[in-house]
Design a protein around this ligand. Structure first.
Ligand SMILES: [Fe+2]
Ligand SMILES: [Fe+2]
Length: 207
């Protein structure tokens, strides 16, 4: 992506962030960090080897997952409402959508400050350069987000933690099925991540 495309994409992300997330403790600190020099979220790739392995790939994928999650919520809205009834927990659609936004936009936050470029001859590529060796793929994203967003909700943390589903079930000590049964949000974010990965012509954003 060139710098014009990167700017457009960053603005699109921030518009979703500003408009779809309400007053949350630490929201401004999170925004400042994202835009600061210590954070490469808006220019980071989404992977080393696949499509999305270019500047802006991570932000692009995060927006893709958000948009897929919105589509899925549209499709399953009534089922989601019924499932909360079955679970005997209150369902507030506005809250659900805010949590969906947070979980989708930040599910891969662990990939921030995670890659560096390597130049071999004329070719530049990305390699992993882990600067925060904490936890697993999902749990690291939860940890980073919780440094800024002080009132992260259980379902947001669960959805981010198990967004890889069964493919990285070892990130979690509880079964993934248990998490999905507990949280319709977690299932939606997982399926949205799969859809963004395999139903869009961007290849696999993992690794
Ligand atoms: Fe991921
Ligand atoms: Fe992802």
């Amino acid at each position: 992506m060139d710098s014009f495309e990167l700017d457009l994409q960053r603005d699109k992300f921030l518009k979703i962030f500003d408009n779809e997330i309400g007053e949350r403790e630490g929201k401004e600190a999170l925004r400042e960090w994202l835009l600061g020099e210590d954070c490469d979220f808006f220019i980071a790739p989404a992977s080393t080897k696949y499509h999305g392995n270019y500047e802006g790939g991570l932000c692009e994928h995060s927006i893709d997952v958000y948009e897929m999650a919105v589509r899925l919520e549209n499709l399953y809205r009534e089922d989601i409402r019924k499932q909360y009834l079955v679970l005997n927990r209150p369902y507030d659609r506005d809250q659900f959508m805010e949590s969906l936004t947070i979980a989708a936009l930040f599910h891969d936050l662990c990939k921030t400050n995670f890659y560096k470029t390597r130049t071999t001859g004329r070719n530049a590529s990305y390699v992993v350069d882990e600067q925060l060796p904490f936890g697993g793929h999902g749990s690291k994203s939860v940890y980073i987000l919780s440094k800024y967003l002080k009132d992260i909700k259980d379902e947001e943390a669960i959805a981010i933690n198990c967004h890889m589903g069964f493919s990285r079930a070892n990130d979690s000590t509880v079964s993934i099925g248990e998490s999905f049964r507990y949280s319709p949000l977690a299932w939606i974010v997982h399926v949205a991540d799969e859809a963004a990965t395999f139903m869009l012509d961007r290849g696999s954003p993992e690794t």
